[in-house]
Write a protein that binds this ligand. Structure first.
Ligand SMILES: [Fe+2]
Length: 288
């Protein structure tokens, strides 16, 4: 008998631009202005090219339709508005479909330095410029395919133990690369992780601080390494290029199929029931 699949509604909403207040626009202006010199100094060249390619306006919160006019022809990716958290499988499925779930609210002016949840500055100024780079975009799509592999080998069998370990390994790998990755370059070590690219304090800390350990990325380490989100990261991992990163995602999927992600070290991140359930009902989720 075929397994019943939960039907998940499309996660996307409209960006109602008229709802932004002058205080919201002022928060965007201040965030953008103070990050510019730090991006020039610490960001990888692909990101800087992406900022220019998207023609982001330093003075106004972007309209996603404007962002997508520049983004779509480059890699097929689109930024699509969501109201906040979406379950993990759906998020990865969106990446596979070259849709990036994009938060459209902006942090209040008195909280410019840190917000635990994403906002439009983190998502559009931090994430989306990287999506203009073809090699990086393909890596994200590959990551989305890995989520489907997880459903295929553990979700469909409702093997919660195996699935939980696989999702934890994927979440750790995503954290230490897409969110907090460093990359070697001819100009020295540069930032490509978007948690760093959208943080005024941590972008500098990640490169210059003696309090940070920086190591070449090893898959076996990364998938077993917990992390905490509420302070600057004391441990960061370095890749050589996006082609290198792509090959590591390939390896992650290979290990997943071989059962090497089935018993990763316990600890952070703690997975929500929604995230695990989204993989159990993966074939019913859609990113439309
Ligand atoms: Fe992020």
């Amino acid at each position: 008998m075929p397994r019943q699949s939960a039907i998940v509604e499309s996660p996307f909403i409209q960006q109602n631009y008229d709802l932004y207040t002058e205080a919201d626009q002022e928060a965007w202006r201040r965030l953008f202005a103070r990050m510019l010199p730090r991006w020039d100094r610490y960001a990888n060249s692909h990101y800087l090219e992406g900022i220019h390619a998207l023609c982001l306006d330093p003075q106004h919160i972007p309209r996603l339709e404007d962002v997508n006019r520049f983004l779509r022809p480059l890699t097929g990716f689109q930024a699509k508005a969501v109201s906040g958290y979406i379950p993990a499988f759906l998020f990865f499925d969106c990446l596979r479909n070259r849709s990036f779930p994009t938060t459209i609210t902006i942090r209040p002016p008195d909280k410019l330095d840190y917000l635990p949840e994403p906002d439009i500055f983190h998502d559009v100024a931090g994430h989306v410029p990287m999506h203009t780079d073809p090699a990086f975009a393909e890596t994200l799509v590959r990551f989305g395919e890995c989520a489907h592999t997880a459903v295929e080998i553990a979700g469909n069998a409702r093997d919660v133990h195996r699935l939980t370990n696989i999702i934890r390994a994927m979440a750790r790998f995503f954290w230490f690369t897409i969110e907090f990755g460093l990359m070697r370059s001819k100009q020295g070590l540069k930032v490509y992780g978007r948690g760093l690219l959208s943080s005024f304090g941590e972008i500098e800390h990640s490169i210059d601080s003696p309090e940070v350990q920086r190591y070449p990325l090893q898959l076996e380490w990364t998938i077993n390494q917990g992390f905490e989100i509420n302070h600057y990261q004391p441990l960061l991992f370095i890749v050589d290029s996006f082609d290198h990163l792509f090959s590591l995602v390939d390896q992650l999927e290979k290990w997943m199929r071989e059962g090497r992600l089935d018993n990763v070290a316990p600890g952070e991140p703690v997975l929500s029931e929604h995230d695990i359930e989204s993989f159990l009902s993966g074939s019913g989720s859609h990113c439309a």
